[in-house]
Design a protein around this ligand. Structure first.
Ligand code: DQA
Length: 146
């Protein structure tokens, strides 16, 4: 089983960026955490980060036929991007959405997610742990053939 894990804009700035909201660990630590979580589950994963909406769309399109599941933290594009939503719907790969912070407890403009329309599940407000929860859920979801 192989997962594509996508992180959107500004997540490469973890550790520097608003530590009160996102914690003090940096992006390299997040990548290590995700890779270890997938290894523990016996799942292969490829990590991808981009600050560019079109590049994320291209990556999702290229995932067609190559990945069993997608874990995505679309970051700010969560709240704006119909293009990323449409790409996820186009490829039809089971997708779980993750947010490090609890977007529902933040500004109102963060309460709506376009990506949620394509995601089978969303984990928010669990910090890095949300990615592990997403990988575990996605593995079970795919194995269950739901
Ligand atoms: C985020 C929440 C988004 O609202 C924000 O734009 C991000 C990160 C999170 O992981 O909590 O960049 O997706």
């Amino acid at each position: 089983m192989k997962f594509l894990v996508i992180n959107g804009p500004n997540l490469n700035m973890l550790g520097i960026r608003e530590p009160i909201v996102y914690g003090s660990q940096n992006f390299a630590a997040l990548c290590e955490f995700i890779e270890q979580s997938c290894r523990d589950l016996g799942v292969d994963c490829e990590l991808y980060q981009s600050n560019h909406e079109g590049d994320i769309v291209d990556k999702i399109q290229a995932a067609y036929g190559n990945f069993d599941g997608i874990i995505i933290n679309p970051a700010a594009y969560t709240h704006t991007s119909v293009a990323i939503l449409d790409a996820l719907k186009a490829v039809g790969i089971p997708t779980v959405e993750v947010h490090i912070s609890n977007v529902m407890e933040r500004e109102e403009f963060r309460h709506h997610s376009f990506v949620s329309y394509a995601a089978v599940k969303t984990f928010m407000g669990h910090g890095f742990e949300g990615y592990r929860m997403a990988a575990e859920f996605l593995k079970g979801y795919i194995e269950g053939g739901q």
